[in-house]
Ligand binder design. Structure first.
Ligand SMILES: NC(=O)c1ccc[n+]([C@@H]2O[C@H](COP(=O)([O-])OP(=O)(O)OC[C@H]3O[C@@H](n4cnc5c(N)ncnc54)[C@H](O)[C@@H]3O)[C@@H](O)[C@H]2O)c1
Length: 328
């Protein structure tokens, strides 16, 4: 136990895979934190990693009644979150809850109706990623021409969930990025998914949609031999490829595009309409990489301090859940 537990104002609930990553960033901001996990062993593993910064709490109700603990970080499975969120909100805590937050769209109504004065933020980490911020500027820049096509690929072997489908787990990230890029989400999502490991729980999902004149593909899988994290943007004048797995030059901008020439430009005698491909120079913009998780948590504490509504608030989470609700 740390010497001065009186100063600890934040508790992390859920010390699994992602909770461990959160703890690493959280202790750089808060120095010491409480942790609770229904699997006590996971708390012990975390404590072993960061012995001087972790205080294990064995009983959830101690966290609830402790008025000094004002902030809760939830890194628990979506299927458990409705109950947990309800308890913490009723105990007047500020809450950061990992994406997608809730499993059922109808559950979000319960929280929207509450007159909660505390901060409730959903953890959509890509909103804090400098590369994603760069791509947002690229797609918004009219000089690059209209956006024609967006492709998102997020594949790996695991983590394999047993409470939500691959789209709830992985497409939630890509939908949040799409929402950030275009300021809305398409209503006409269609999905082809495959439940391979377990009945009625898709491991692979292919979503396609059209938003205004933009064609969109989102491909997600937790049953894939290698880790793929890519975003492709095709505009009228340029192409962009973001490969998150690369160590450097993660974004490449291609000054190339394809067009069919106007019919009037053809010789009627030899009518053979071929698309013309234009090639220019490629380049990789210099982008300062950041630690999105750390920045996201800092933003949460800043919102608390200034009493500001977070950008990834309940309306943001609802928008994503509305799309996920249409999928498997
Ligand atoms: N932002 C990201 O990039 C990112 C990455 C991975 C996971 N996540 C999200 O984080 C959340 C957790 O995912 P994970 O990969 O860490 O899962 P995990 O299964 O590894 O960990 C979940 C932990 O919660 C604990 N737990 C379950 N029910 C509990 C309860 N009622 N009270 C206390 N503890 C409980 C489990 O014992 C486990 O230790 C999910 O919502 C997931 O979508 C986000």
């Amino acid at each position: 136990m740390s010497k001065n537990t009186k100063k600890i104002d934040t508790a992390l609930i859920g010390c699994g895979y992602w909770g461990t990553n959160i703890a690493k960033s959280l202790i750089t901001i808060k120095k010491t934190i409480y942790v609770f996990d229904e699997n006590h062993n996971n708390c012990k593993i975390l404590k072993k990693r960061f012995p001087n910064y972790i205080n294990i709490e064995k009983n959830l109700s101690n966290i609830l009644v402790n008025k000094k603990i004002k902030n809760i970080i939830l890194a628990t499975p979506p299927s458990k979150n409705f109950k947990l969120l309800k308890i913490f909100i009723n105990n007047e805590k500020n809450i950061f809850i990992e994406k997608p937050g809730l499993k059922n769209l109808k559950d979000i109504d319960y929280f929207k109706k509450l007159k909660n004065k505390k901060i409730l933020m959903f953890g959509y980490i890509y909103m804090f990623n400098n590369y994603i911020k760069f791509i947002k500027k690229f797609v918004s820049n009219k000089k690059n021409g209209k956006i024609l096509y967006l492709k998102f690929q997020r594949q790996n072997l695991g983590p394999i969930r047993n409470d939500v489908s691959v789209s709830y787990d992985l497409s939630s990230h890509d939908l949040s990025i799409l929402y950030y890029f275009i300021g809305d989400l398409p209503k006409n999502l269609s999905e082809k998914s495959y439940s391979i490991l377990k009945k009625k729980l898709p491991d692979i999902s292919n979503i396609s949609a059209k938003y205004k004149n933009i064609y969109i593909d989102i491909h997600n899988s937790w049953l894939n031999p290698d880790k793929v994290r890519r975003i492709t943007v095709v505009t009228k004048k340029k192409m962009l490829l973001f490969d998150e797995m690369k160590t450097d030059n993660k974004i490449v901008i291609y000054n190339k595009y394809a067009v069919y020439p106007k019919i009037s430009e053809f010789n009627n005698k030899f009518f053979n309409q071929k698309a013309k491909i234009y090639f220019g120079k490629n380049y990789s913009p210099r982008i300062k990489s950041n630690n999105p998780l750390l920045d996201e948590l800092k933003y949460f504490f800043k919102c608390i301090k200034k009493n500001n509504k977070p950008f990834t608030n309940i309306d943001f989470a609802e928008k994503i859940l509305k799309s996920l609700d249409k999928l498997y």
